[in-house]
Design a protein around this ligand. Structure first.
Ligand code: SIN
Length: 491
């Protein structure tokens, strides 16, 4: 399907927006600047969007700050019902939203619609949780004193979101923030702004008041810096690279903002000799090649025990060879393009480094004949944990497979990284599954399961993979302050 045809259809639904969203209004950049957004599957320009900076961010923060007074005072039931309406609209428009995701991000349409269902789930979940933000009564140390704990919204939130999940990583942040009574300024990736704008349009239609949700995009450093410097912004939530996360954390120190960070991963996928090979095989393909390998929780390294190593490599390579690469709008495609040329170059350099150090390419190993940013789904055997491909986050469709002998060795290799987001292990031994899960230094562990995420499960990492949790009941804590009220003279 042509980019133009899809855009025309989306325009007629009112979901194709190109301006920023501030105080409930669609706004051009104040200096009229725009930035082009490309379809990675065709290289075509989809459209230009407002390229905003400091002044627009300042106004978005002021709108959010003003709206906070009203939104935070609504009853939880009222906030909940508006979130519920928003959820219903997101589901009603899942096809269009999925098309926007495929258009600007490249993932196959079926996967994109899956992201909408997954992401909308956060809005539904937090519509429900909004009504369950309880406080505490604490036993008093003195007979005439009473102690109460209130949970209150932190205030204005700056949410900086990435391109790989242009929908779900907005709803996973905005859902709990709004449920708690916070207001938000979202800065989506300049590579994928259209989905964010459509999400904002549906928020407006669902009765979420002007100023509660704002979207500014364009000059990422300027917008990011302003969000960090502002004294009115009390919380920054970010998903992205470890390097950028560290910078944000340092800058947030200046105004002592609350910070939650979901940073990069280096997920090990451990298959023991006693695993069900069929289960492990299916899960490894799903976990490695989801979104063409461009998720923080994608398998980065497969660790396979020596007894089944060769058998696994053969079966895995056959499965990977059959993955269909192409434009996400084409039937049967499961592997879209990488997001940009820099992403392909990174993958190429990691593969070259592995080959130069003795690894072997079993399947793929080069750019796809389709050109642009398409890369062949790739399997690399004889990989070692010292290779760059096992130390850096690949973020592409390349699976290095490492051989190990013992459980201790597998745990040692798996934990030998500064990252600690997701890990997966495959075994039919119940004691081993528990023992290894406990030993893995990761925030999320899949046992005989390669896709972990859902709205009810806490998502987040340890070590340099981040701070805080998103999703689940724990995700609310990131947007709440604890206030203790001590009442005296109560005897
Ligand atoms: C991510 O890549 O950060 C999100 C993946 C997910 O939510 O499963």
């Amino acid at each position: 399907m042509e980019t133009e045809t899809i855009v025309a259809r989306l325009k007629s639904s009112g979901l194709f927006q190109t301006k920023g969203f501030i105080g409930g209004k669609w706004i051009d950049a104040y200096d009229g600047k725009t930035i082009e957004v490309n379809n990675p599957a065709t290289g075509e320009v989809i459209a230009s969007v407002a390229c905003m900076g400091e002044k627009e961010t300042q106004d978005a923060i002021s709108s959010a700050y003003d709206a906070f007074g009203h939104w935070s005072k609504l009853t939880a039931v009222d906030r909940s019902s508006r979130l519920r309406k928003w959820y219903n609209l997101l589901i009603e428009h899942k096809e269009e939203l999925g098309q926007l995701i495929t258009l600007e991000q490249g993932k196959p349409l079926k996967e994109a619609i899956g992201e909408v269902l997954y992401g909308a789930g956060f809005i539904e979940f937090y519509a429900e949780e909004a009504k369950r933000i309880y406080g505490d009564i604490i036993p008093s140390p003195l007979p005439d004193r009473r102690l109460f704990v209130l949970k209150q919204p932190v205030g204005v939130v700056g949410a900086i979101t990435p391109w790989n999940f242009p929908f779900a990583l907005i709803t996973r942040k905005v859902g709990p923030a709004l449920a708690c009574g916070c207001t938000v300024v979202v800065k989506p990736s300049e590579l994928t702004p259209f989905t964010a704008l459509a999400v904002a349009e549906l928020a407006l239609r669902s009765g979420i008041p002007p100023g509660v949700l704002n979207v500014v995009m364009g000059d990422a450093p300027k917008i990011g810096n302003y969000l960090l410097e502002s004294r009115q912004v009390r919380k920054i939530t970010f998903t992205g690279s470890i390097a950028v996360g560290k910078k944000l954390m340092a800058s947030a120190a200046e105004t002592v903002k609350k910070v939650s960070l979901e940073l990069g991963g280096n997920a090990p996928f451990i298959i023991f000799d006693d695993a069900d090979l069929e289960v492990a095989l299916k899960a490894s393909v799903a976990s490695k090649f989801r979104n063409s390998g461009q998720t923080c929780v994608c398998t980065n390294r497969l660790l396979v025990q020596e007894g089944i190593y060769d058998k696994f490599i053969t079966a895995f390579s056959n499965a990977v060879q059959n993955l269909k690469v192409g434009n996400g709008f084409s039937e049967g495609v499961s592997q879209g393009p990488l997001i940009n040329e820099a992403a392909v170059q990174k993958v190429e350099s990691l593969v070259q480094d592995a080959i130069s150090k003795g690894a072997k390419v079993v399947v793929g190993g080069k750019r796809h004949d389709l050109g642009l940013t398409f890369y062949e789904p790739t399997v690399i055997s004889d990989a070692k944990n010292e290779m760059l491909i096992a130390r850096q986050e690949i973020f592409g469709p390349v699976a290095p497979v490492i051989r190990f002998k013992t459980e201790e060795e597998a745990i040692q290799i798996a934990n030998d990284t500064d990252s600690g987001l997701a890990a997966y292990l495959f075994t039919n031994n119940i004691q081993r599954s528990w023992r290894v899960s406990e030993a893995l230094e990761y925030g999320m562990v899949g046992v005989n399961e390669g896709i972990y995420s859902s709205e009810g499960a806490p998502f987040g990492g340890v070590k340099q993979s981040g701070l805080g949790r998103e999703g689940s009941k724990y995700g609310l804590d990131e947007y709440l302050e604890i206030k203790c009220i001590c009442m005296g003279n109560m005897g």
